[in-house]
Design a protein around this ligand. Sequence first.
Ligand code: IVH
Length: 673
Amino acid sequence: MSDEERISGRIQELRAIIEAHNRRYYQLDDPEITDVEYDRLMQELISLEQDYPQFKTITSPTAQVGAAPAKAFTAAFHLSPMLSLDNAFTEAQIIEFHERLKRMFEIPDSINYVVEPKLDGVGINLIYRHGALAQGLTRGDGLTGEDVTANLKTIPVLPQRLGQHRDFPDELEIRGEVIIFKEDFRKLNEKRLSEGTPPFANPRNAAAGSLRQLDPAVTARRPLNIFFYALGSNQGNNFSDQWSVLQALGRWGFNVNPLVRPVQGINSCIEYYRELNKLRPSLPYEIDGMVIKVSSFDLQRRIGSLSRAPRWALACKFVAKQEKTKVEEIIVQVGRTGALTPVAILKPVAVSGVIVSRASLHNEDEIRRKDIRIGDWVLIQRAGDVIPEVVQSLPNLRDGSEITFIMPQNCPECGTAVIRLAQEAARKCINFSCPAQVRERLAHFASREGMDIVGLGAALIAQLVDNNLITDPGDIYFLNRQQLISLDRMGSKSAQNLIDAINRSKNPPLNKFLYALGIEHVGQQYSLVLAQNFPGITELVSATREDLIELKGIGPEAANSIVFFFQEPQNRQMLDKLARAGVAPQPLLATPGKTSALMGKSLVFTGTMEKLTRPQAKVIVGAAGGMVKESLSRNIDYLVAAANPGSKLQQARLLGIAIITEDDFLKLAGETV
Ligand code: IVH
């Protein structure tokens, strides 16, 4: 076979593979490979076609956008084609894009670009006539899309009529991305699991699936959201550049992503790319890169477009976040409430720069739904935040040696027969003294978010439990130096440090104490609500289910579990023991009826403070009814920026979070409202 034949064969093969994946991705909302793997195939085809232009065809997937509309919906023409974007994967490729423009079009280094997050959702095109929404289409093959108008109309943030401003053309085409926020996605999947329907793989698939419902009433129940980013390409006439379009969209009532920025020159684009990548885990929605657009429409016209994508824009993807690895084993962990959780032990693999070697599989229903077997190849990703998860198994790679996992009928830790409650997905070990449960309860109690006993970590707790020195949280406060020194690897200095840390933890803010108790369904938020409404444990112990349900945000499930917790004799004894040891939580409300200015607020600290240590600041925030968080997100109220604040300062500016000084903070903490 000649080289040419071989190349032509590979090109044919790549086209067929990519077309098959396009269909799965665009029409079935059920991709079989990761975006990264898809991009790799596409890049290989692009470079082969560049090197061997004799094999180029206008039907190649490199010249197409997406896949033809699915049959279930009517196809309709876009007024102007919906193009795709060329991809860059490295900073070098971003610079190359800029250098090419400079070379070919004699543009200055300081060219105006607009940089935007690349939203990981579903592209849509809306056609407005005389200010009213006439038609809404998916991208389809770029020329025609599926008419999903009725479904789009159910999305609350979608303007069905344009605002009172009259500066919009009679016929207007507006483009944006339909997305589902991470938190909404989590809730949606939780609900689906509880209803016995299979959860969605990721927010993008959930958004795509929701838009493709035959019954708009189903779409209406899905938490869809949209950010808008462009006009149809032939509508630019009234505007001079992309930046003024984004502003006009805002004026007309369209949601524009708050992170879009006008910048000059490519270095600012790269700076933004790095910032955005850092910000990515804390954003409430998924993004998979940045988009750079030449802002001036004159320049855009001069630069022009190819059949698939404009040459004046570039999608700069972030590094791979999904990777392939092997499930070597599935182990079962017992949590503090006795719930059994299957965990995949993975062949270690780097995902976005972090080595992942295990991932929770949540429960047996999840394992069955994703059909994950011991020995399977699977796709791993670090979902929005940092927690690794198994996205799916890759059944095509099986060789027959894989083993189906079966949940044990007995607790792997204490051997007690496990039960599965009718309403719950998890199996439970109901032995309150199960060593695993005891250890987990203690670790939770001592954790930073709880009593914050510095130095009392999981390993030491295991040692203390194994030596029968502690079984419940109260025992921690009766430990003495002698007992500690008798432990392996414990010197007298560390023993003293631990005793000091234990003593220092005796007066936590009430909310942290409540959280530390580990009452089922009572997390940090509920603990705060309880502490804001009850002066102390005594009052809480005598609260009824009805009292609790009246509190804002406390649901019946949590209320039941709180009442149950305080009725249990073991728990009462534990609380007595803690009180005898001198553990006295500090009430949040010193003066009834008054609340502090930090009540319910979330703060992040950065830099080195002059007057306070971080732990002191934390106690102050906690006592004032606020919360200290580690990372920034849009839910944060204040960033306290001290000396040498680092990258958080810039992130906070991008997110529009109030930035205050150490003194401002102290003032706020002292203020009552
Ligand atoms: S502009 C010709 N801006 O990415 C301009 N697209 O891979 C093309 N996308 O089809 C669209 N965020 O669905 C643009 N800020 C953004 C975007 C964005 C996400 C999607 C869009 C597009 C796809 C191309």
